[in-house]
Design a protein around this ligand. Structure first.
Ligand code: SAH
Length: 256
């Protein structure tokens, strides 16, 4: 029966996020609200939060220990985490293409390109670290792809996982409806998005740029394009350089 499920085309398979965490009560959390929450309730995607502690084997259900070689803090044990990963795999036949991610400040920075790829797949398994991190051997043995959400350090991987899942879910078919295609947004064309305005017509003496009320769609489009380019040049010279190198942004191939 599982076989039949897994041979379905990606279009008919429901996108599924499996999160391995010491704090399953943090899920769905903010993902239970608004766009993502409505889609979750409607069955457009599914979320499974699994407690890593359920895979602890000793009397105290311990999941961490002090770092080999000394130093501060604690490290998540390889044996416990590997058992948690295997149990999650076993609970449901793992599609070959299902990425196994580890949220980690050492990881490859998450990009919209990778988000699009993850949203198009079956949905990832995501390991959330805590304490000083996790034993390197489980990263190697289970082929975890380390993903960072930015150059700063969180206290745990859960908020990073929520951010990653949120970015994916809004791209799933039917989630944003006809309101937005994502095609016009920041990063979609290697550019940051142009400024947006709505009523009132004048706010604290600041009018909406005249051209936006002109009704001339071509002029509006040209204005938006110019604004997007100016913003990108000023704020993200790195994106601007990539865009003008004539190359596509580097394609991620690492896949758990
Ligand atoms: N000692 C580690 C940091 C551990 S922070 C180091 O210096 O690299 C604890 C956990 O929070 C990590 O295991 C990871 O799962 C998560 N985390 C912290 N910062 C993150 C970031 N920028 N992106 C993704 N996950 C992060």
């Amino acid at each position: 029966m599982n076989m039949a499920t897994e041979t379905k085309t990606p279009e008919t398979r429901i996108w599924r996020a499996t999160v391995l965490t010491l704090f399953p009560e943090m899920f769905p959390g903010p993902l239970g609200i608004s766009l993502a929450g409505k889609a979750l309730a409607a069955g457009l995607w599914t979320l499974e939060a699994r407690d890593i502690r359920d895979s602890a084997t000793d009397r105290h259900r311990s999941v961490d220990d002090s770092p080999a070689g000394g130093g501060p803090g604690m490290v998540l044990r390889a044996d416990v985490l590997a058992a948690a990963i295997d149990a999650a795999d076993g609970a449901r036949a793992r599609p070959k293409d299902r990425p196994r991610l580890l949220m980690s400040p050492r990881g490859r920075p998450l990009t919209q390109l990778r988000v699009v790829e993850l949203a198009a797949g079956p949905g990832p398994m995501i390991v959330c670290g805590r304490f000083e991190g996790i034993d390197q051997r489980v990263i190697d043995a289970r082929g975890l792809e380390e993903v960072s959400i930015g150059d700063y350090v969180l206290s745990g991987g859960e908020i990073a996982a929520l951010a990653l899942i949120d970015a994916c879910v809004r791209l799933l078919p039917g989630v944003m409806g006809k309101l937005a295609s994502g095609a016009d947004e920041s990063f979609s064309d290697g550019l940051l998005e142009y400024p947006q305005y709505t009523r009132p017509q004048t706010f604290e003496g600041r009018p909406i740029p005249e051209i936006l009320s002109s009704g001339d769609h071509a002029k509006v489009a040209a204005w938006r394009r110019a604004e997007a380019e100016a913003l990108t040049r000023a704020r993200r010279p790195d994106l601007w350089a990539t865009k003008n190198s004539g190359q596509k942004p580097p394609k991620d191939t690492t896949d758990g």
